[in-house]
Design a protein around this ligand. Structure first.
Ligand code: NI
Length: 230
């Protein structure tokens, strides 16, 4: 499932983030890529421990906590720390690749990359190209989508998709990227839960609370209880 999350960062967050990124310690993005991805990765990224990374990650986490849509769509269990990246000049693209399934945190804890998320930090008009192109999970041909969102918006997409960032031919594309391990590993089960939760919300808005919405909410939680790994 691919989903847009509007306004993960507010205008005031973005202004602070952009200020922090001026003169930030950009490094070659190949440093964190697996061997397949390293062959096609050509961008810059920030070390996790720099001031800008830490501050922007904290803002993104606050934004995710505010987003009911994120919580119901991702059912997050663990989040791998956000990475800030830049596509500009000669380091301007990231060719077709798949992300590693398992990432290891500094403390040795492992995170499974069920869902990928990109938060856009630049406005679409600030750069030419730079679309995030997302293929079908598993790499089947066709069904490719191109995503270029307003600054502060985010996109969730399946962690097992083949994807790329198109070359930025003018300007600078700043973004923040991270993986989520979901309580519900299966994309299909997560999708069913998400659709059910959305439909329940619409029912409540239209008709208020009823015995039927309570029963359906019970079914939602029973399915979540059946499928979640905590
Ligand atoms: Ni990737």
């Amino acid at each position: 499932m691919q989903l847009t999350l509007p306004d993960i960062l507010h205008a005031s967050d973005l202004q602070i983030a952009r200020g922090l990124l001026v003169g930030a310690p950009w490094a070659d993005g190949k440093g964190s890529a697996g061997s397949q991805a390293a062959q096609v990765k050509n961008n810059n990224q920030l070390p996790y421990d720099c001031e800008a990374s830490q501050a922007i990650s904290a803002m993104v986490f606050r934004g995710l906590e505010r987003s009911a849509l994120f919580l119901t769509a991702a059912l997050p269990r663990k989040i791998f720390p956000p990475r800030i990246n830049r596509y500009a000049g000669a380091a301007n693209h990231y060719g077709n690749h798949v992300d590693s399934a398992i990432r290891t945190l500094a403390d040795g804890q492992r995170v499974r990359s069920d869902i990928s998320c990109t938060v856009f930090l630049s406005e679409p008009g600030e750069y030419v190209g730079g679309e995030l192109t997302i293929g079908e999970p598993g790499g089947e041909t066709g069904g490719e989508r191109r995503v270029k969102l307003p600054a502060g918006h985010a996109v969730l997409y399946p962690g097992n998709s083949v994807h790329q960032v198109q070359p930025v031919t003018r300007g600078e594309r700043l973004a923040c990227f991270f993986w989520i391990e979901s309580l519900v590993r299966s994309e299909e089960q997560r999708r069913l839960l998400f659709d059910m939760d959305m439909a329940l919300m619409q029912l409540r808005q239209a008709y208020g609370e009823s015995a039927a919405t309570t029963a359906l909410t019970g079914s939602y939680h029973n399915l979540l209880r059946m499928w979640a790994e905590t």
